[in-house]
Design a protein around this ligand. Structure first.
Ligand code: ATP
Length: 327
C-alpha cells in the first residue's frame, strides 16, 4: 500500500533561504502525523507542498503513490484547516460548512445533509443558523474543521490549528481532535511549534530544524531517545551534556541528554550549585550549575526547596542518561 504522503528528497528554496532542505518522509494512511519545530524551521512550507500551494525546487511529493508535480491544490485529495479559520463572516455556520460543496456544484438538499452531518461530527449540531461572530474561539475552530471534513479529504492538513486558543481550551481540543481523527480514520498532518501538543496527539512526530528533519519517531521515541541534542533540547527541554561532561559523569565520550524530571536530590551524589528556583505549581524548577554546565531539574511538590547559592547533591538512574549518536 503506498504511503498517504511521501516526500522524496524534497527541497524548497526562496532565493538563498533553504526553507525545506532535502526532506524525505513517509506518512502512512490513517496516521496522526505531527511536524514539530521552532518558527522558521520549514514545517508550514512542507504543509503547503502537500496542499499544492508550493512546488518543490527539487525532489518529488507523492500522495497515495501519485506524483503531484504540476497538480493544482483543488485536484489533490487533501484539505487544509488554517490557523485563522478563514470563515466567511456574512454567511451562517451551515453555509460556511457547505461552501466547498456549493462550489463543487452539489445540490441544495445534499449540501444541507452533508453540512449537518459534519457539524454533528465536530459536536456542534444545531449551530447551523448562527454566524461566526456569535461563536466562541473553540466553536469557530470546530466550524473550520467541519468545513474541511465535509469535502471528505483523504488527508487533512492542520496548520497551528489550536494556536489561537487559550491553554485549557487547547488541551480540550487536543483530546477532541485525536478522538475525531480516530473516528473518521483519515490521515491528519498537523503543524505545531508546541512540543506538548505534538506529544499528546501524534502517532509519530517529525522534528524540524532549519529546513531539515532531525528525527522521526513516536512521541516516546523522540522524548525518551532523542537522536540529537537539538531534539533533546526542543522536545521537553532536556539537559544536553557535551561529550566531556558525559565523560566526567558517566565515563563515556558522547553527547547525552538528561531529563529535568529524572534528576533527584540525593545524598552522596554530584555537587551542584543552585542558581535560581521557580515555583511552577505541580513542581519547582531548579536552575543549577554542575561541572561548569547549566542544568535544570524539577523538584516534586512537597519537597524542601533549597535556596539560591546553596550547594546540593544530585543524582539520577543510569538508564536516565541517554547517549546520542551525534551533534
Ligand atoms: P512558523 O512556525 O513561524 O510558521 P515554519 O517552521 O512553518 O515557521 P516556514 O513558514 O516553512 O517555517 O518558513 C521556513 C523559512 O522559509 C523561513 O525562513 C521563512 O521566512 C521562509 N519562507 C517561507 N515562505 C517564504 C516565501 N514565500 N518567500 C520567502 N521566504 C519564505
Amino acid at each position: 500500500m503506498p504511503a498517504a504522503v511521501e516526500f522524496r528528497d524534497v527541497c524548497r528554496f526562496f532565493g538563498t533561504v533553504r526553507a525545506v532542505d532535502r526532506v524525505s518522509m513517509e506518512i502512512a494512511e490513517g496516521e496522526f502525523f505531527a511536524m514539530l519545530g521552532p518558527s522558521g524551521s520549514g514545517k508550514t512550507t512542507c504543509l503547503r507542498l502537500i496542499a499544492g500551494f508550493e512546488q518543490p525546487t527539487h525532489g518529488a511529493v507523492r500522495i497515495f503513490g501519485q506524483d503531484m508535480t504540476g497538480v493544482p491544490p483543488y485536484r489533490r485529495a487533501v484539505n487544509t484547516v488554517f490557523q485563522d479559520y478563514a470563515l466567511f463572516p456574512h454567511l451562517n455556520v451551515l453555509d460556511n460548512v457547505a461552501y466547498g460543496l456549493m462550489v463543487a456544484g452539489r445540490g441544495r438538499a445534499e449540501r444541507r445533509r452533508e453540512a449537518e452531518a459534519a457539524l454533528e461530527l465536530v459536536q456542534l449540531p444545531g449551530y447551523g443558523a448562527r454566524r461566526p461572530g456569535e461563536l466562541s474561539g473553540g466553536q469557530r475552530q470546530r466550524v473550520a474543521l467541519a468545513r474541511a471534513l465535509v469535502m471528505k479529504p483523504r488527508v487533512l492538513l492542520l496548520d497551528e490549528t489550536l494556536g489561537a486558543l487559550d491553554l485549557k481550551l487547547r488541551e480540550q481540543m487536543q483530546e477532541e481532535l485525536k478522538a475525531l481523527q480516530r473516528k473518521v480514520g483519515i490521515t491528519f498532518v498537523f503543524v505545531t511549534h508546541d512540543q506538548g501538543e505534538a506529544l499528546s496527539m501524534a502517532d509519530r512526530i517529525a522534528v524540524f530544524n532549519e529546513g531539515r528533519i532531525e528525527q522521526i519517531g513516536t512521541p516516546e521515541e523522540v522524548y525518551n531517545r532523542p537522536a540529537k541534542p537539538f531534539v533533546a533540547d526542543f522536545v521537553g527541554s532536556s539537559n544536553v551534556l557535551p561529550p566531556e561532561v558525559t565523560f566526567a559523569v558517566a565515563g563515556r565520550r558522547a553527547w547525552a541528554s538528561l531529563r529535568p524530571e529524572a534528576i533527584r536530590l540525593v545524598g552522596g551524589g554530584r555537587p551542584a550549585r543552585v542558581l535560581a528556583t521557580a515555583f511552577l505549581g505541580a513542581s519547582t524548577r531548579l536552575h543549577l550549575e554542575m561541572a561548569g554546565l547549566d542544568i535544570t531539574m524539577l523538584l516534586p511538590r512537597g519537597a524542601q526547596v533549597p535556596q539560591p547559592g546553596e550547594t546540593v547533591s544530585i543524582g539520577w538512574a543510569d538508564g536516565d542518561l541517554h547517549l546520542m549518536e551525534s551533534a
